[in-house]
Design a protein around this ligand. Structure first.
Ligand code: AHG
Ligand code: MN
Ligand code: MN
Length: 333
């Protein structure tokens, strides 16, 4: 029974920044995720957190009540812990500055990017949803105001990334650059215990995950790759699994061996997923787990973001599967 707190302390030497900062970050993340876990588990019983909030977010998407609850839970939790100076959230148009207490000002040097509630379309139907988080060090001097460049850093500058899956159990998975580790919440005690140490994509290539309903809108390369996955040859056909929550699909593919595919389509020419809140943290975890993440041409972690809510095509999974897909895209685009 190894707790997340104990694990962080024992592995603190692997973190290139202060242990205190790491503990404060996790204290915020644990608290907010437990609040969401609690709400998610009673959502079926209450109207308070089911359905639309009545607002549309910056991406033009219908915001659910739980999107808003999760956004506020994480902001409040980070605000009060003297470690974060700025947060950019999928649910907020601009970045949010956290001033912090004057005497602790120098401690607040972390930048957080977050998708507070991933898989919104699954909230009302009792299917796995998640939170995705990503942490950087601020670039600007602490004497100056934060700038947009503090948030538009390449994914390879992440110092911490992870997700929480609110599924049949609530699991927190993270990496500080020394492998990927998962902790399952025991709700009776309110503690996360180590359940998946050193997660790595298995060698087996088993699953492909794509919203195949968009088939007619895909490029030739993607269509050919789908047909390749379905071919009866070697160890194929692969099994198709698609939840519609990136966190859920990624988590299953990481454990069972599969590729996640969200290409650009005729109606979303830049893809759907958000580089900063979704793709970079998942790419960081994928690489730490021995996998690969690409936009079809380039490593996700090497893309220089130009705007907060930037979207990108996203292909992520075991190295062999992602490389194969890239070949199809080059050969048949
Ligand atoms: P979010 O709920 O944060 O907006 O993210 C939804 C994302 C991602 O989680 C999921 O894999 C994808 O959108 C599903 O999109 P489609 O419904 O177009 O397949
Ligand atoms: Mn999302
Ligand atoms: Mn979201």
């Amino acid at each position: 029974m190894y707790t997340l707190g104990e694990f962080i302390i024992e592995n603190r030497d692997r973190f290139s920044y202060s242990t205190e900062a790491l503990l404060r970050l996790f204290s915020s993340i644990k608290l907010a995720s437990k609040a969401i876990h609690k709400e998610v588990n009673k959502a079926g019983l209450t109207e308070e957190l089911i359905g639309s909030s009545g607002f549309t977010n910056i991406q033009g998407e219908n915001q659910q009540k739980l999107d808003d609850f999760a956004h506020r839970a994480f902001i409040e939790s980070f605000k009060s812990r003297n470690v974060v100076c700025g947060i950019a959230s999928e649910e907020s148009k601009d970045f949010i500055v956290i001033k912090g207490e004057q005497e602790n000002f120098f401690k607040n040097q972390c930048i957080v990017l977050i998708d507070p509630l991933d898989g919104s379309s699954n909230i009302d139907v009792n299917v796995s949803i998640g939170t995705i988080f990503s942490v950087y060090m601020r670039k600007s001097s602490i004497q100056m105001n934060l700038t947009i460049e503090d948030f538009l850093q390449k994914g390879n500058k992440q110092i911490l990334a992870g997700y929480i899956i609110y599924g049949s159990s609530t699991i927190l998975v993270y990496s500080i650059g020394n492998g990927v580790h998962g902790f399952t919440l025991d709700p009776s005690v309110g503690t996360f215990y180590l359940s998946h140490s050193n997660l790595r994509f298995p060698n087996a290539e088993r699953i492909y995950s794509i919203n195949e309903g968009n088939y007619a809108k895909f490029s030739n390369g993607i269509r050919r790759f789908i047909r390749y996955c379905q071919e009866q040859k070697d160890n194929r056909p692969y099994t198709a699994r698609y939840i519609g929550s990136l966190v859920g699909d990624f988590h299953r593919n990481l454990i069972q061996g599969g590729i996640y595919i969200y290409p650009k389509t005729a109606s979303s020419p830049e893809g759907k997923l958000r580089l900063l809140y979704e793709c970079n943290p998942m790419a960081f975890l994928a690489e730490e787990a021995g996998g690969k993440a690409s936009n079809g041409k380039k490593r996700i972690l090497d893309i220089k973001p130009t705007k907060l809510h930037q979207r990108t095509p996203f292909f992520c999974g075991p190295i062999g599967m992602v490389t194969k897909l890239e070949e199809f895209m080059i050969n048949y685009e």
